[in-house]
Write a protein that binds this ligand. Structure first.
Ligand code: HGY
Ligand code: MN
Ligand code: MN
Length: 421
């Protein structure tokens, strides 16, 4: 990583109230039913959120770019226009029962850096680009981090365009429909570095009473879609020995997933968040069950062991019950170690600002996990109340948001290099 010029003075800070107001303004788009958000990727609400973000970026003097995956780029010029930009961002799409801060804090925290540099009249050597990555959540179109994955060369764009949602609508068609399919070749942009601010989405920072997480690693993820096929029949007149109950087999497999994850305590985790049962009628024995098993660990060997035991165990359960089972890997990435220089910039910023901080392994996946393959990357985390996320009750304090954005500001500006202030 190229050397950095002077870091910003520790008196330099973002405008926490403006950041908070922008978060609340964005939260009005695609509201949930319980105070959070349902702004799923490539919906009209996602399009509205993109338009608001673009309006704000243009008002801050940025020039906008858009690639063929709908990734958005808001560029603030640097003194050296040839220098590779420092990128900073995250995602604006949410879960169906999402919170107001997951992803959004990272995008609007990046915008707040631009707004603050404008206020202070600071010029940086490297340009700075604020980024919104499409479909980080992977909830409507699997896998998660789809567009940052294409940007990093992990997925082909054609494969990404072919991904379908529960109604059979294709990613590429939906991106076109909402009018956010750009012309830029995805991944053609080269980065000097990438920084992402994100809420922790777990309980550690709050429990340890730390304001900042210096994210050194991201745990790995494996998504296996399991399809179990039995036989529909009457729930009343079918004798127990004759039943081929896909729902029961799924329940036994989910019990097995829990056991496997616990066997690798304290770090491994496992569950299924996506579950579909067919025909889902009150008086029909389920003939089919389709569900996605989400397995995670900071240790790749553990992930591989859990995947193997899932397949072996599920196959035995189904064989014993006279049902068939198929497995499809629908997402995953290896554990990530972030760039030491970028992590150092985050840690120096937290120290300079006198904020309590600790090293952290990210439990959730993030766009930075893929971008780390094509550019030096690091993450800043702030606590969230009760560690809760992917729930409309997700909450952070204004102070936590400002502290995280200040560390992001200092790390980004130190890396971009200050020319004058
Ligand atoms: O699944 C994840 O870890 C991320 O929230 N998309
Ligand atoms: Mn996120
Ligand atoms: Mn999320």
């Amino acid at each position: 990583m190229p050397s950095t010029a002077s870091a910003p003075g520790d008196n330099l800070a973002i405008n926490g109230q403006r950041l908070w107001d922008s978060l609340m303004e964005m939260a009005k788009i695609g509201p949930g039913v319980a105070g959070g958000n349902n702004r799923q990727t490539l919906t009209d609400e996602d399009g509205e959120g993109r338009a608001l973000f673009q309006k704000w970026c243009e008002a801050a003097g940025c020039t906008m770019g858009l690639d063929q995956m709908g990734n958005m780029f808001a560029r603030r010029e640097g003194e050296d226009s040839e220098a590779l930009p420092v990128y900073v961002g995250s995602h604006l799409d949410t879960q169906p029962t999402g919170g107001k801060y997951d992803g959004v804090l990272g995008v609007l925290g990046g915008l707040e850096i631009i707004r603050t540099l404008n206020d202070l009249g600071i010029h940086t050597k490297h340009p700075i680009v604020v980024t919104n990555f499409t479909n980080e959540e992977g909830t409507r179109f699997a896998p998660a981090m789809l567009a940052s994955g294409v940007f990093a060369g992990v997925h082909t764009q054609d494969w990404a365009y072919s991904r379908t949602d529960a109604k059979g609508l294709k990613f590429g068609d939906e991106l076109q429909r909402i009018g956010w399919r750009g012309d830029e070749e995805t991944g053609a942009r080269k980065m000097h570095a990438f920084f992402e601010l994100h809420i922790e989405q777990g309980p550690i920072l709050e429990a340890e009473q730390k304001q900042i997480g210096v994210v050194t690693h991201g745990q790995g993820l494996s998504w296996t879609q399991v399809t179990i096929t039995g036989k529909e029949s009457h729930t009343g007149s079918t004798p127990m020995p004759l039943r081929r109950n896909a729902g029961l087999a799924m329940a036994r497999v989910l019990e097995l997933v829990d056991e496997i994850a616990w066997s690798h305590k304290p770090h491994a985790v496992g569950a299924a968040g996506h579950i579909e049962i067919f025909p889902n009628s009150r008086n029909v024995i389920p003939g089919k069950a389709v569900f996605t098993v989400d397995l995670r660990s900071p240790d790749l060997a553990v992930i591989e062991d859990m995947e193997e035991r899932l397949k072996e165990g599920a196959q035995k359960i189904c064989d014993d019950m006279g049902l068939s089972v198929e497995f499809e890997k629908v997402g995953g990435f290896d554990p990530v170690e972030f760039d030491a220089d970028c992590v150092g910039a985050v840690r120096r910023a937290a120290k300079r600002l006198g904020l309590s901080h600790m090293d952290l392994i990210s439990g959730a996946g993030h766009d930075a996990c893929w971008i780390n393959r094509v550019a030096p990357a690091a993450m800043v985390m702030c606590p969230c109340v009760d560690g809760l996320s992917h729930n409309e009750a997700e909450e952070i304090s204004q102070e936590w948001a400002a502290a995280g954005a200040n560390v992001l500001f200092h790390a980004v500006v130190e890396t971009a290099g200050i020319v004058d202030q």
